[in-house]
Unconditional design. Structure first.
Length: 230
């Protein structure tokens, strides 16, 4: 399975999506900072699973209709930062979808995630990540789960990795940095947390109009995982 996650930077990079999907034979596309009132229901062979409705700039998940059938969808509001309370850019910061793999005859969970901005504390972002992963477990108990997106976590990722592993998940960074706009804040912002998947690669793709670079996750379901259901 090939999954792209892309923060569109206030929807500026929306025009790049068709070429990205086609160039990389994408199965699932996860977006952040999308104008959800201005995105298509179908995109280069992918179908829109759902998009958040209460965000000024929201999340969206697309999937390849020939490979998957859509199951339950869940959007989640997470603990708010001061930035969220004042400017209200994002009410819902996680969008998870349950997909049935038609060929393999099994179900998986894929989610798009966007943590609070750098004005918030890392402790708040860890709280948001923990709550998002718990919600995915409720969406599909025991199913392989992959959550990708903008974690806004450029430093102390080792500590985050420890906390994620405590929940049974693994944290995987891309092969090069994903945010380059400000000199002192450059680094890895966009990555993946997973359980029940064998993550082969997480590759940073060339930069487009966004201040974030898209990442391409290549993964297989880990058939030896104790969490694999069905």
């Amino acid at each position: 399975m090939r999954v792209i996650s892309y923060n569109l930077c206030k929807h500026r990079a929306a025009g790049e999506l068709t070429s990205l999907v086609e160039a990389h034979a994408v199965d699932v596309l996860c977006l952040q900072e999308a104008d959800t009132a201005d995105i298509p229901t179908r995109l280069a062979g992918l179908r829109l699973a759902d998009a958040t409705q209460r965000n000024r700039l929201g999340l969206a998940v697309y999937f390849r209709e020939s490979s998957f059938r859509l199951g339950e969808v869940r959007a989640l509001s997470l603990k708010k930062s001061l930035h969220d309370r004042v400017l209200k850019p994002a009410e819902e910061r996680m969008l998870g979808v349950r997909l049935h793999d038609i060929d393999a005859g099994r179900e998986i969970i894929v989610a798009s995630f966007h943590a609070a901005p750098l004005t918030a504390l890392n402790s708040l972002r860890r709280h948001q990540i923990r709550a998002a992963l718990a919600a995915l477990e409720d969406l599909g108990p025991g199913l392989p789960s992959l959550m990708v997106g903008d974690y806004n976590y450029p430093v102390f990722k080792e500590k985050l990795g420890e906390r994620v592993r405590e929940q049974g998940y693994e944290l995987t960074l891309s092969d090069s940095r994903t945010y380059t706009r400000y000199r002192f804040f450059r680094g890895h912002y966009d990555f993946a947390t997973s359980v029940g998947f064998d993550i082969q690669t997480v590759r940073t793709l060339p930069q487009g109009l966004s201040d974030h670079l898209p990442i391409l996750v290549t993964a297989d379901v880990d058939t030896a995982s104790r969490r694999l259901a069905g």
